[in-house]
Ligand binder design. Structure first.
Ligand code: TYD
Length: 136
């Protein structure tokens, strides 16, 4: 899907345990304004199901696994995340949901903006209209 990409992070292998990292604007293509995480997700639950007008995100499965499903208004793509040394870059104006969480999975999400409910589009039809307008 256009502009969406899996980004591999540095991996410092060490017999004492491995280490990965990312820095502002270095590994990911935006400045980080906010970090949040999703955890203790009951079996079968889904998060998200909305789009963002402006914010970009980078999503990592720090532990366990889950699927990020992206819809651009016409087609849908599923990205399975299950390692802590890569993540998914999700630009703005994509409908996204996160589902199929494994037990004890931990989703780390960094965002390009501070929390702002006004940045959310929570209605799929409204999302498609906004996306069409943006593509004109
Ligand atoms: P929401 O983004 O709707 O959850 P998800 O997309 O994962 O299903 O957020 C759920 C609630 O949490 C929302 O009512 C506001 C609050 N919230 C914050 O206060 N700050 C944040 O950074 C986020 C992501 C959510």
């Amino acid at each position: 899907m256009k502009n969406v990409k899996i980004i591999n992070l540095p991996k410092i292998l060490d017999p004492r345990g491995n280490l990965s990292f990312f820095e502002n604007s270095n590994q990911i293509p935006f400045d980080i304004k906010r970090t949040y995480w999703i955890y203790d997700v009951p079996g079968g639950e889904m998060r998200g199901s909305h789009a963002f007008k402006e914010s970009h995100e980078f999503i990592i499965a720090l532990s366990g696994s889950f699927d990020v499903v992206l819809n651009d208004g016409t087609k849908e793509m599923k990205y399975s995340l299950n390692r802590s040394y890569y993540g998914l870059y999700v630009p703005n104006l994509l409908w996204r949901r996160i589902e199929n969480f494994s037990t004890n999975s931990l989703a780390l999400i960094v965002s390009s903006i501070s929390y702002n409910e006004k940045d959310y589009i929570r209605n799929f039809e409204e999302f498609k209209i906004t996306r069409n307008e943006a593509n004109k």
